[in-house]
Design a protein around this ligand. Structure first.
Ligand code: FAD
Length: 407
């Protein structure tokens, strides 16, 4: 792909239809969607491309149809279609299909609606996956046969960046945006830490865990998006069990509701290891993270879960074999922020943020929606796909700094 170093160096001032700030999965998908539509798109990234300091790096993310809230299944369906389109355009795969297993206490209302939303069927786990799981009495276990899957995260981000460049987008890394203001003749002026200025008709802000900081300094608006330090944990599969837990042999992606809430992808990217993670982590500052112990007691919690639920198949005694740090960007209601920034910027600046640990799978859908909002002032594709954007408005946080008021 055309690397950032190939971007035009002479132009201190450039004109773009859409300037996208932040090149994680969301910004990369926006740049691709905008360039695909013929827009002159510029994607600016503060660090190296495909760096490990944000939220979109690593070997795997789950895609699943099972969702407790009604606004997400249509977005997942739209995203699946767009993942397939992008794979066809790129000529290689980033998604490995898998069944999706949802399990937890039968009294858990969120779990029951997730099962319903996916049309998942209750199954006898022992009959389906041998003795891999030991589930307590009173738990429900339901599978949607084609409802899960594993996305190769870094490869997928790289794919969208490459496709965007192929369609004419300019990608610049090591370019930190420090200010966005309205242009003297309309549009926006985006300023970098080296004083470079870019003029654009529209701007899309997709800066992940840095959103609150940037939006506060640009617009004086407090968005309640809290970064969490999370951990990707890989555990050793017990000798002789390796094949049983592979994607190839049909092992599922799964979510285990209850305390702790853990989720997993089948053994795929690292032979003999399986990823089992805790779905949370302690609050952090994205600019000063504690890399040594930032994950708190997450590994111990997951180890206890493994010892109770998968003791014959996964080794937990010596802890995880591999740990990787990552960040969630949490909103109080765990719903995304997809909205115009408003105020003096009106509809010229669009924000996509607060993906609360479950946004990756929806990247291509979110990218298309944000690009349409910037270019057309509305997201027609979302309406056609039945995605209700009303759930993702900034004004749901008004009057309650914790943002709990309207959900
Ligand atoms: C451990 C873990 C597991 C997850 N599992 C799943 C899963 O199974 N399924 C799922 O769907 N989702 C999952 N997620 C969530 C998903 O990965 C995120 O929702 C998604 O990656 C967020 O992407 P983003 O583009 O918003 O943020 P990021 O990937 O963080 O991208 C933001 C980018 O903006 C850049 N930036 C910041 N400030 C500036 C600036 N001033 N100027 C220029 N650039 C800037 C950053 O450097 C960064 O590259 C998981 C997340 C983690 C951490």
């Amino acid at each position: 792909m055309a690397a950032s170093t190939q971007a035009p160096k002479a132009a201190a001032v450039a004109d773009y239809d859409v300037i996208v700030v932040g090149a994680g999965i969301m910004g990369s998908c926006v740049a691709h969607a905008a360039a695909f539509r013929g827009a002159r798109a510029l994607l600016l990234e503060r660090f190296d491309l495909l760096h490990h300091l944000g939220s979109s790096h690593g070997e795997s993310r789950t895609i699943r149809d099972a969702y407790p809230k009604a606004q997400y299944p249509p977005m997942v369906r739209l995203a699946r279609r767009l993942w397939a389109d992008a794979e066809a355009e790129a000529g290689y795969r980033v998604l490995t299909p898998a069944p999706q297993l949802s399990m937890g206490p039968r009294s858990n209302a969120s779990l029951l609606s997730a099962i319903k939303s996916a049309g998942a069927e209750e199954v006898d786990l022992a009959a389906k996956w041998g003795g891999a799981f030991r589930v307590p009495d009173g738990w429900v276990t339901a599978v949607s046969e084609h409802g899960g899957g594993v996305l190769n995260a870094t490869k997928a981000v790289a794919m969208f960046q490459a496709l965007a460049v192929k369609k004419g987008a300019v990608v610049r890394d090591k370019t930190e945006v420090v200010d966005i203001r309205t242009g003297p003749e309309g549009g926006v002026v985006v300023t970098t830490s080296t004083g470079e200025e870019f003029h654009g008709a529209k701007c899309v802000v997709t800066v992940g865990a840095w959103t609150s900081k940037l939006v506060r300094s640009v617009a004086g608006l407090e968005l309640p998006i809290q970064p969490l330090h999370t951990m990707v944990l890989y555990w050793r599969v017990k000798p002789g069990r390796e094949r049983e837990l592979t994607a190839e042999s049909g092992f599922p992606t799964f979510s285990s509701y209850g305390d702790p809430h853990v989720y997993s992808t089948p053994s795929l990217e690292l032979p003999g290891l399986i990823k089992i993670n805790y779905d949370s982590g302690p609050p952090c500052d994205p600019d000063s993270r504690d890399w040594a112990s930032g994950g708190g007691d997450v590994a111990e919690r997951v180890a206890r879960w493994i010892e109770e639920f998968m003791p014959d198949h996964v080794e937990a005694t010596d802890g995880p074999v591999s740990r990787q740090s990552c960040m969630y960007s949490m909103t109080p209601d765990k719903d995304f922020v997809i909205d115009f920034l408003g105020g003096e910027f009106g509809n010229d600046v669009v924000v996509g943020a607060g993906f609360s640990g479950h946004g990756f799978k929806m990247g291509p859908a979110v990218g298309r929606i944000l690009a349409e909002m910037a270019m057309d002032g509305e997201a027609r594709t979302a309406a056609e796909a039945g995605v209700e954007l009303g759930h993702f408005r900034i004004n749901r946080f008004e009057g309650d700094p914790k943002g709990n008021a309207k959900n």
